[in-house]
Design a binder for this molecule. Structure first.
Ligand code: SAH
Length: 231
């Protein structure tokens, strides 16, 4: 690893990282800000993409192709599907899918288009480091499937569809698009999320209430992982 990309979708998700790493150099590109830092000798670029798959793809591609990042870590919040996940809990994706990608009219499975695959796997090496850090710090982390789509899910009906179709443990709006980009460009990556809501009818309310604290949970864990990676 020579240059690390750390991404979030919303400002609240990277703010705790920026205040931890300090001394940032801001580069503006493509209607966004990229924050360069050097942390104990390691070059890091931090950015929040804005919400959704398109902005997330743009930011991930930019960090890799323009800034030369060769590893990417995503930190943010998500809605829980797995009942074991409570607000504030951490999940690391072992694979991700796009729950709103639908050409089933032609007999293809949900989440699939020709040339792609329903699931994209994250880096096992990075996951192993994350699990080791969790064990050393007594953190409870679930490793599971994250489903991504351009919708804030706040209904049991949609949530149940995503659960039964993809066996997903959590859902959000960026992870799988970042996964597709990193997979295509051969960049090891993972997606870490802390739960902000349960994607049910209280989701909007819970999200507003818990965005900040859950984003901090995710960021704090991510910082420990970065420290381990930089040893
Ligand atoms: N309140 C914000 C919108 C938040 S959208 C605004 O008004 O601007 C939700 C964000 O958190 C997305 O980036 C998504 O990745 C994640 N997320 C958390 N809970 C989610 C849910 N239930 N459904 C979809 N995405 C969710």
């Amino acid at each position: 690893m020579t240059k690390l990309a750390i991404m979030g979708a919303m400002e609240e998700e990277i703010e705790p990282l920026l205040s931890h790493f300090k001394d940032v150099n801001i580069v503006e590109f493509a209607n966004n800000k990229y924050y360069e830092v050097n942390y104990n000798g390691l070059d890091i670029v931090i950015a929040y993409s804005k919400i959704g798959k398109v902005f997330a793809s743009l930011t991930a591609t930019t960090m890799i192709e323009k800034f030369g990042c060769d590893t990417l870590l995503f930190s943010g919040v998500a809605g829980a599907i797995n009942p074991k996940l409570q607000i504030g809990d951490l999940i690391i994706a072992d694979k991700l899918c796009q729950h709103d990608l639908d050409i089933t009219a032609f007999g293809h499975p949900n989440g699939f288009v020709p040339g792609g695959s329903v699931f994209v796997e994250t880096s096992k090496e990075l996951r192993d480091v994350a699990t080791q850090v969790a064990n050393e710090n007594d953190l409870k982390v679930i490793v599971g499937t994250i489903a991504t789509g351009d919708q804030f899910v706040h209904s049991t009906e949609r949530k149940n569809f995503i659960e039964s179709t993809f066996k997903a443990d959590a859902l959000e709006m960026e992870g799988a698009s970042v996964a597709v980009v990193c997979d295509a460009l051969d960049i090891p990556f993972f997606v870490l999320r802390a739960i902000s809501d349960s994607a049910d009818m209280d989701a909007g309310f819970d999200f507003d209430e818990f965005l900040k604290s859950s984003a901090v949970n995710s960021a704090n864990y991510l910082i420990k992982i970065v420290e381990k990676l930089n040893k």
